[in-house]
Design a protein around this ligand. Structure first.
Ligand code: HEC
Length: 239
């Protein structure tokens, strides 16, 4: 009866009262050690040292669970590489909708993948509108859907390609995560909040793995030199 023997052995170990001893002693050790520290004493009695050996592990702070170091070449969540997973997330989270310029195709505006994720084209002018009136009445956008005029002023979708000067080429993974999940300009904690329509508050729910994957994908795409203009405050704030 191998099966019942195995079961019985396991069960015995789980309910073995002698195992409670080291647990209790380690708790006592922790308590005494704290008291000793508070009183600034240096000599720990020999008996306590013995208990310390038994219970030291109990006093360690809980290990922080961190993501394993991911290599871009490793398969992840059913995708062959981290970049492929990032490509998928970039598509389904709608990043292209605002960060990739559009061009006219047979069925209307379509994404211009030659310029993918390069943000608002620097040379493209804004629509000629009465900003003061519009800011009170609604929102306007360029035909590329990359620049937006609304009550918050004017915002231009950023260049997310890995260009060193005008894109995210010099960004760290941490900066990217702060920009995306905390909505901070250039991923600097003390910088201004990102403005509409960048939906960073939705992206604040992304996991570490998801932001890592998107960043890995952005690193892998073609760098495009495109200096996107700075955001502008609402017209009533400047007039
Ligand atoms: C609805 C439009 C929209 C969508 C969708 C969108 N963005 Fe943005 N994004 C913007 C705009 C506009 C800005 C500029 C905001 C500003 O200047 O305050 C911006 C800014 C950013 C910035 C900050 C750049 C900087 O220089 O600080 C990052 C990073 C970014 N977006 C990444 C993404 C990613 C990644 C996705 C998809 C997961 C995404 N965005 C989806 C419109 C959008």
């Amino acid at each position: 009866m191998t099966f019942s023997n195995t079961f019985f052995t396991k069960n015995q170990v789980q309910s073995n009262p002698t195992l409670i001893f080291p647990i209790i002693t380690s708790r006592i050790y922790c308590l005494l050690n704290q008291l000793l520290k508070m009183k600034n004493r240096i000599i720990i009695p020999l008996g306590l040292s013995l208990i310390a050996v038994l219970g030291l592990s109990e006093c360690q702070p809980a290990a922080k669970t961190e993501l394993p170091e991911l290599k871009p070449s490793e398969a992840i969540n059913g995708f062959p590489t981290l970049e492929e997973y990032g490509k998928h997330l970039t598509l389904v989270s709608g990043c292209h909708d605002c960060h990739t310029p559009k061009k006219m195709g047979p069925n209307g505006p379509e994404l211009d993948f030659e310029l993918q994720l390069s943000g608002h084209p620097a040379a493209l002018p804004l629509p000629e509108i009465d900003r003061a009136e519009l800011e009170q009445k609604g929102v306007a956008a360029t035909q590329t859907l990359t620049a937006w005029i609304g009550p918050w002023g004017i915002t231009y979708a950023a260049n997310l390609t890995p260009d060193d000067e005008t894109g995210t080429g010099s960004w760290t993974e941490e900066q990217f995560s702060i920009a995306l999940r905390e909505g901070r300009y250039k991923g600097i904690k003390t910088a201004r909040q990102l403005l509409p329509p960048m939906p960073w508050d939705m992206y604040s729910h992304m996991t570490d793995l998801e932001t890592k994957a998107i960043f890995a994908y952005l690193k892998s795409i073609k760098p495009i030199d495109n200096l996107v203009p700075n955001a502008m405050p609402p017209s009533h704030a400047v007039n």
